[in-house]
Design a protein around this ligand. Structure first.
Ligand code: F6R
Length: 367
């Protein structure tokens, strides 16, 4: 049942290339230049009338929504707000019929997310669900569903659901951009072409998992570490940190790299591991200065970046790992993979039950 893998989590990490392809299938027209979302009830008129988007979810699905929100904001130029469902539903959020509320849930059964959906509908919003279970309560109650076709996810730590949610967001963002005319046809085609390369790029990273494994064994003896990044890298390290905490039980914090010096830098001392995700070219230099700040306080820094940046970064970090190159906006669909593997191998090195971490359930149907 684990298809030759030792754990469901590792099997599901390896299923990501297929999940990407399946989630894209039938959603790109024959020319390969346009996103089509068959069955979508959200009309073009409605899309044009929207003045904001709320992205609501819990845990890993929330983290996927952070990337998704940025994708929509960049592609559609519409304000996006992200919130966790358990906060959103109790704070009288400003929801109007011009708000598109996107709820994200692998299981489609998360109690707080379902309640947020109902709150949004009660206020007249159109609710679109991105979910992996088409027969779920959230899929049933939402006004629209974009199904992630990741297949059943068994491991408690979500991996292929997260990345498939990213793919769903990219498709939705491109679709909305087509309708609102915020991206040229060529720009849309360019993103689609890059999306088609993602599955193979993930495969190439999976083939080099040994480097991540060796690093995971190194951090396994630590009780606390930091992830840093800027922009989309910051969104991705939030997922990397959650993954590491839930299965390895190593305490970690994901920090916006520029925010460290506002307090958290006090926690950096000799030997504290810092994992710096540095893929976003426009802020690379800034991230490098933050790396130097932690290095100067004794941190042991691992950078994850593109091949071309490795020689330069190695002047300020202890180790570097290169990931394949895609468009900056799509990079999260690649850069999260080494972080998933890191969590997996760290948990393994610590002898934990990888697929069933303590205190956690796969589907959270209580509030
Ligand atoms: C983390 C994890 C949880 C879930 C969260 C939401 O790996 O699995 O954080 O992401 O409980 O679950 P869904 O997506 O089913 O609503």
């Amino acid at each position: 049942e684990k298809g030759g893998f030792d754990h469901f989590m590792l099997k599901e990490i390896h299923e990501q290339p297929k999940a990407y392809r399946d989630t894209m299938l039938g959603r790109i027209d024959e020319s390969g230049r346009k996103v089509v979302l068959p069955g979508l009830k959200l009309s073009d008129e409605k899309i044009r009338s929207l003045n904001s988007v709320h992205v609501i979810a819990c845990g890993t699905a929330y983290n996927a929504g952070l990337v998704g929100g940025t994708a929509i904001e960049q592609l559609v130029r519409i304000p996006v707000m992200n919130d966790v469902a358990s906060e959103y539903r109790y704070r009288s959020p400003l929801i109007t019929p011009e708000t598109l509320v996107i709820v994200v849930s692998q299981s489609g059964e998360t109690a707080d997310t379902l309640a947020a959906l109902r709150e949004a509908q009660a206020n007249g919003a159109h609710v679109l669900a991105i979910t992996n279970v088409v027969g779920s309560s959230i899929a049933r109650d939402a006004d629209d569903v974009i199904a992630t076709l990741a297949g059943p996810e068994i491991a408690v730590a979500s991996t292929k659901a997260y990345t498939s949610q990213l793919i769903a967001f990219y498709l939705l963002g491109l679709y909305m951009a087509q309708v609102r005319g915020t991206q040229s046809a060529d720009d849309v085609a360019h993103v689609i072409a890059a999306m088609h390369s993602l599955p193979e790029q993930v495969e190439s990273m999976l083939a080099q998992a040994d480097t991540v494994k060796a690093y995971a064994e190194q951090i396994a003896s630590h009780e606390h570490l930091f992830f840093i990044g800027r922009g989309l890298d910051y969104s991705v390290v939030q997922e990397g940190s959650l993954k590491l905490k839930e299965i390895s039980y190593i305490h970690s914090e994901a920090y916006a790299a520029g925010e460290l010096k506002h307090g958290t830098l006090a926690l950096i001392e000799e030997g504290v591991p810092v994992i710096a995700l540095a893929t976003q070219e426009t802020v690379l230099e800034k991230t490098v200065s933050n790396i130097k700040e932690v290095k100067a306080r004794g941190a042991d820094v691992m950078a994850i970046t593109h091949e071309e940046n490795v020689p330069d970064l190695l002047k300020s970090v202890d180790q570097a790992l290169a990931i394949p190159k895609t468009l900056p906006l799509l990079t999260p669909a690649l850069s999260v993979v080494p972080l998933q593997l890191l969590a997996y191998y760290a948990a393994l090195a610590r002898g934990n039950d990888v697929d069933k971490p303590r205190n956690l359930a796969k589907s959270v149907t209580v509030e």
